[in-house]
Structure formats: structure tokens, C-alpha cells
Design a protein around this ligand. Structure first.
Ligand code: GLN
Length: 499
């Protein structure tokens, strides 16, 4: 990891703050001793991980890639990271991101954009500098870039509307967003609290599962984190697939026997690049070959998802970001005495363009004049989108008990599915020069997230799995696997066949 950081970080601009190499080496040596004596703490004891800049750690800064928190050092470490540390994971450093998680290309960062390192390991740095630099995706672009260039074994990102899955697709790594509430968010700086999740970026589905399992625990410090009781209920509700009607030999050979996978027709949008469509088709074939039954399904409210997300997300952000007032912590304007306007000077100086835009939009949709028309409507749309998912899944939602309608036994309805397969992004990573500065209309940029946002609104688990490269430009593309709330195991099972 250290060698690769020395080789690639200058280009990728992924790690912003690094732990001292001697410190990493001595922790690694201890882990090696534990492995040798059979006392390893977990399967990932001694692995080096990087953490997105919005995870609080008592060592190194937690800047959220914002001037507002440029010198902020958290007094405590996030629960998710504590759990990883208990399992022997070594922190390599803190990673670049879009300011406060707002963006899709990691270009809104005080540290400059992260760069897509795909293919970099095969080339020298000089050669790479000549290439047309591509976006690493965002907002966890740095996390995806760090894993893609082997600077760390895995990285944590956060996913509010697709921030782990989009960069994963662009950089050719596995990006996993678990069900909302599975992993504690205590110590993850809030963007939109009803949507924020801790996510992982890894090389393989197995690695994603391994670190997910370490972090997926009850936490009394986060009231939205599932309790052990709720976790048990979920486990009991999700029954294993009945394989008794199949021959043993077939079950051995075909890992997806008995699994039904849905292809949501509404994801076949006009903007979809032909290469992405082709990839999706090939993915369907791979699932069929593994024994799955693949059927078309409908999620009729998909087209409303982006609008609802940016209404709710910005509203919550405008509320969450009120805490940066120049008094409690973070940046404080020097112009404090002028007209008693410390608050506005601090915020004008501390926040970047995109964050300001979102705060304004969010404040607007919460004003009394537009609350009913925008905020409440978006809440209703969110519920409709949840229902859409409940109606296509054969498993009921273990927390709400809903299956979208009054069906007695959705599990036996053969028009319902266990998982969904869709693209992650409409195309491969765009060139940075096309998404930086005023090159891109901020509203057009919202469309980068059309495929990832529905799962965020519904709170269901979703994974971006690398699935080959585009025949046109040679850059990687991922496919997205989603399943019912709490059914992470189904995502792992289907994703494993695709990777
Ligand atoms: N790109 C989306 C946004 O800008 C998603 C961000 C995220 O998931 N943090 O809000």
C-alpha cells in the first residue's frame, strides 16, 4: 500500500492526509505476529484502509473537503471505524471527496479533484499525465481511486444518493451501500440524515461482505441504527430459498437456482449509452447461465426519484449545515465585527459553490410558501417509490411488513423477484474537463445519479459490481444489484456471479 501511495497518489489525489509510514509498519508487524501465532483478530487483521474525509477520526483532520472544516480535528472516532480498528484494520489516511458529500465527480473539493486511476498501474506516471484525465466519480471519488490503484485494501465512503456506487462504477471497483440503518453513522458528518449510509469500496464482493459484517452492529449512539432485535426480525423474515424441487447436482453447478431477478423497464432511459445497454444485456445472460430466472418488472415512479431526492436531500442538508456558524467549530471569519454579521461572513467564506447552491435550494423548499408544494410532495413520492420496490420484491419489507399491496404470500408469486439488475451510470467516467467549473449545468449533473437514487430513497441495499469495460473507450462500467430492505445476502449472492 505504501509503495503504491508513493507511486500513484500524486496523480490520483485520493489520500489527502496520511498516517506516518512508520506507524503503519509497526501496526502491520504486530498483525503479522498475531497471524503467525494464530491469534488474528479477524479475517482483515492488518489490512490497511482509507477513510473518506467526512468520517471523524481522533487522529488526522476531518475536513469534509471543505474550507469550513479545513483545520478541524474531531475529538472522537466514528463507530464504524472503531469496529474496524477492533478487528485489526490499520488506518492509512483520510481521503478526498466532494465537499460535504455533494457532487458526482469529486470536483467540488478544497484539495482539487480526485482522478480516475483506471489503467494507471500499467503505465508510468509521465505517460499517464498525458492521458485525458477522467473523473473518479463522486462524492466518494477519492475512496474509489485509492482502492482502484491499490493504495489501500479497502476504503470507506458514504452513500446518500449514489456516492459510493457511481465512483465504483467509474473506477472499476466494488461499491456497496447496505440497507439504511445497518451501519452506525455516529461520527459520519451528516449530509441528508434520512438517506446517509456508510458504504464500502473494495476489490471484490467477498471483501465488501467481510468489512460490512464487522461494521453492521447495533449502536446506542445512533438512534437510526438497527437494534439487535430488529436485526433478528429481519433475519427471521428473510427465509432461505426453497431448493427442494431441484436436483443436487444442478444446485451445486448453478449458484442462482431458485432466484428470480427483475429488470426494471423504467431504467431503460433514452440517455443510456449503447455500450451500457449492451453490458446490461450481457449481465442478464450471465445471471441466466447461473440458473436465475430473469423477468421484466416495472417501477413506475422511477422518473420522479431524482426530483424527490434533490428536494429532500437539499432540505435536510440546509438544516444539517446550520451548525457551521463560526462559533461552535470550524472556520470563523476575520470580519466578525463588521455589522454583526459573523454568521454570514463565515458561511460565505467557508462553503463552496455547490454547497451554497444546495443550502439555498433546501432552504427554499422548506419555506412556508413552498413546503406543501415541494417538500411534502417529495415525501409522498418517496413513499410511492418505496411501494414500487415492495410490490416487485417477493420478500416483504421486514421493518414495515409491507409487500406493496395486500398479497397474502408474495414469496410464492412468480412475477415477483428477489433482486434487481440495472446499470449504475448511463456511461463510463466522463473527462474531468467536461465536468469541472462551469462546463456542466448543475441540474444536468443531478442526472448522473438517476440509477442510484431510487435505492437510496427506499433505503434498500445496493451494490455496484465491475462488469467489464466499454468496447469504445476501454474504461470500466459496473452493474447494480439491489434487493429488498435487509436482504444484503441476496445482493452478495447475485453480485458474486457477476464479478
Ligand atoms: N451525487 C449525489 C449528490 O450530489 C449523491 C451524493 C451522495 O451520495 N453523497 O447529492
Amino acid at each position: 500500500c505504501l509503495k503504491n501511495v508513493a507511486k500513484y497518489n500524486k496523480y490520483a489525489n485520493a489520500f489527502i492526509d496520511l498516517v506516518q509510514p512508520e506507524h503503519i509498519r509497526s501496526q502491520a508487524a504486530e498483525a503479522t505476529r498475531r497471524w503467525a501465532s494464530g491469534t488474528a483478530k479477524s479475517a482483515v487483521d492488518g489490512a490497511v484502509m482509507g477513510y473518506k474525509m467526512n468520517f471523524c477520526t481522533s487522529e488526522l483532520r476531518t475536513t469534509c473537503s471543505s474550507a469550513m472544516l479545513e483545520n478541524f480535528k474531531a475529538p472522537y472516532t466514528a463507530t464504524a471505524i472503531k469496529l474496524l480498528e477492533d478487528a485489526g484494520v490499520i488506518m492509512g489516511g483520510k481521503i478526498n471527496m466532494d465537499e460535504f458529500g455533494m457532487g458526482s465527480h469529486n470536483v467540488y473539493s478544497i484539495d482539487g479533484p480526485a482522478r480516475n486511476p483506471f489503467g494507471i498501474t500499467a503505465r508510468t506516471q509521465e505517460e499517464t499525465a498525458d492521458l485525458d484525465t477522467r473523473s473518479a466519480g463522486g462524492s466518494s471519488g477519492g475512496s474509489a481511486a485509492a482502492v482502484a490503484s491499490n493504495m489501500c485494501f479497502a476504503a470507506l465512503g458514504s452513500d446518500t444518493g449514489g456516492s459510493v456506487r457511481l465512483p465504483a462504477s467509474y473506477c472499476g471497483v466494488v461499491g456497496f451501500k447496505p440497507s439504511y440503518g445497518r451501519i452506525s453513522r455516529w461520527g459520519l458528518v451528516a449530509y441528508a440524515s434520512s438517506l446517509d449510509t456508510v458504504g464500502t469500496l473494495t476489490k471484490t464482493v467477498d471483501d465488501a461482505q467481510a468489512i460490512y459484517q464487522i461494521m453492521a452492529k447495533e449502536d446506542s449512539k445512533d438512534s437510526t441504527c438497527l437494534t439487535e432485535r430488529q436485526r433478528k426480525t429481519i433475519a427471521q423474515t428473510i427465509k432461505p430459498i426453497d431448493l427442494t424441487m431441484f436436483k443436487d447436482q444442478d444446485v451445486k453447478e448453478k449458484p442462482l437456482l431458485g432466484v428470480r431477478v427483475g429488470i426494471p423497464q423504467e431504467f431503460n432511459v433514452a440517455e443510456l449509452a449503447p455500450a451500457t445497454k449492451d453490458l446490461w444485456r450481457r449481465g442478464i445472460q450471465v445471471l441466466k447461465d447461473a440458473g436465475a430466472v430473469v423477468i421484466p418488472v416495472s417501477l413506475p415512479n422511477t422518473k420522479l426519484a431524482v426530483g424527490a431526492y434533490f428536494t429532500l436531500g437539499t432540505a435536510e442538508a440546509s438544516s444539517n449545515l446550520q451548525r457551521y456558524d463560526g462559533i461552535r467549530y470550524g472556520h470563523q471569519s476575520e470580519k466578525k465585527d463588521e455589522n454583526d454579521a459573523l454568521y454570514s461572513h463565515t458561511r460565505s467564506e467557508g462553503f463552496g459553490k455547490e454547497v451554497k447552491r444546495r443550502i439555498l435550494l433546501g432552504t427554499y423548499v422548506l419555506t412556508s410558501g413552498s413546503f406543501d408544494n415541494f417538500f411534502l410532495r417529495a415525501q409522498k413520492i418517496r413513499q410511492m417509490i418505496r411501494n414500487d420496490f415492495d410490490r416487485v420484491f417477493s420478500r416483504q419489507n421486514a421493518i414495515t411488513g409491507s409487500c406493496g399491496d395486500n398479497l397474502e404470500d408474495p414469496e410464492n408469486d412468480i412475477t415477483r423477484v428477489h433482486a434487481l439488475l440495472t446499470p449504475v451510470a448511463v456511461s463510463t467516467a466522463p473527462k474531468l474537463k467536461d465536468v469541472i467549473g462551469d462546463q456542466i449545468d448543475p441540474v444536468d449533473a443531478f442526472l448522473d445519479d438517476i440509477f442510484t437514487i431510487p435505492a437510496s430513497l427506499a433505503g434498500i441495499p445496493s451494490m455496484s459490481v465491475p462488469f467489464g469495460t466499454c468496447t469504445k473507450d476501454g474504461f470500466p462500467m459496473g452493474l447494480q444489484v439491489m434487493s429488498q430492505y435487509g436482504d444484503e445476502d441476496m445482493v452478495f449472492k447475485v453480485a458474486r456471479v457477476i464479478e
